[in-house]
Design a protein around this ligand. Structure first.
Ligand SMILES: [Fe+2]
Ligand SMILES: [Fe+2]
Length: 348
């Protein structure tokens, strides 16, 4: 049998990804172009519960690394929530009205994203925020594939007809003008006096930020030891916006939570889907109070809890904590007064 052509390999990859119930980012971009742009994806995908095991995703990501050329075929070689950047690849700089967040899951620390002049290197567990209109380009200086979780507020902005983007002059990368940690220092607990009381008049007023895993993990552990506890989510921390102290960005919030060994939370429900990825451990998230659906998850698996579905989390290990990263659009709903949250009836 003849070796499949590159076009056939691409088509087969796209079919295999879509069989998981998700659409590759580059296919969505192609569809938007075909429809004249501005078409929201709607609730087709996000209204369904979903589990994407790492064992299924990673081989597909590696295949994408081989057959999908960055820049030519895809701006983001991403699907199911993860993006892969192969060794020695780099993307050109650009910016857009969509804000992006990234949570690194795989790599040797030599993957980076440069944000408004700061080259932010990413180790697994690092979380990065690139607010609206922040110049960014990324690459991988290492010899191992780099994978991070990607999330943009594109589905919120397109229906508002506010999507726009531009490239760096001459399709180049941007110069590195700040040392690593610059924005974190600028917006740290001791900051330039001129920034005290700064306002967030637009998302673009928010700085790009890196929240390092080497800070986040000890914080989770200290909070657990200090008895910090939410009955629905265990130890629940949020990546605060450095300007407002409020949600990560006005459109989306990112959280990290720890479930103690053997912990099973109470059930609640809230508006807006939440997408999780498992950073450590294994567990099960149970949807609904009757005729339940169980979403089982382990290391680097992605799962999604749809809007307004009862859910509870359980750490399946009796000895190790489980850690989940999550992301959703609830700040936008809160701004409009549309966010609702409800506890399940006692004993449910
Ligand atoms: Fe981008
Ligand atoms: Fe929840």
């Amino acid at each position: 049998m003849a070796e499949p052509t590159l076009a056939e390999k691409k088509a087969q990859l796209e079919a295999d990804v879509q069989a998981l119930g998700v659409t590759p980012v580059w296919v969505r971009a192609r569809e938007r172009e075909g429809s004249g742009g501005g078409q929201p994806r709607g609730l087709g995908e996000t209204s369904r519960p979903l589990v994407l095991p790492w064992s299924t995703l990673y081989p597909l990501l590696l295949r994408a690394g081989e057959v999908i050329t960055m820049g030519e075929d895809a701006f983001r070689r991403a699907f199911g929530g993860y993006q892969i950047v192969m060794p020695e690849e780099r993307a050109v700089a650009h910016r857009h009205s969509f804000s992006a967040v990234r949570f690194a899951v795989l790599g040797d620390g030599l993957g980076y994203t440069t944000s408004n002049g700061e080259q932010m290197f990413m180790e697994p567990g690092d979380f990065m925020v690139q607010p609206s209109m922040c110049w960014h380009d990324h690459g991988n200086l290492g010899q191992e594939p780099v994978v991070w979780m990607d999330f943009l507020d594109i589905d919120l902005l397109l229906p508002l007809e506010t999507g726009m983007s531009e490239g760096w002059p001459n399709d180049d990368i941007q110069p590195v003008t700040h040392k690593e940690g610059f924005y974190g220092d600028l917006y740290g607990n001791v900051r330039p006096a001129r920034l005290i009381g700064a306002q967030l008049n637009s998302i673009a007023d928010s700085p790009p930020m890196t929240y390092k895993w080497r800070d986040t993990l000890p914080m989770l552990e200290r909070m657990a030891a200090d008895g910090e506890h939410d009955p629905y989510d265990g130890v629940l921390l949020e990546y605060a916006n450095p300007v407002t102290g409020g949600p990560t960005l006005p459109t989306m919030r990112a959280r990290i939570q720890l479930l103690a060994p053997g912990e099973e939370t109470l059930a609640h429900r809230h508006t807006g889907f939440v997408r999780y990825n498992c950073v450590q451990g294994e567990g099960v998230t149970t949807l609904d109070l009757e005729d339940t659906t169980e979403l089982e998850w382990g290391l680097r698996d992605i799962f999604r809890v749809p809007s307004w579905r009862w859910h509870r989390h359980k750490n399946l290990s009796k000895t190790e904590p489980a850690i989940l990263f999550s992301i959703g659009y609830s700040p936008m709903a809160e701004t409009l007064g549309l966010y609702r949250e409800e506890a399940a009836p006692a004993g449910a």
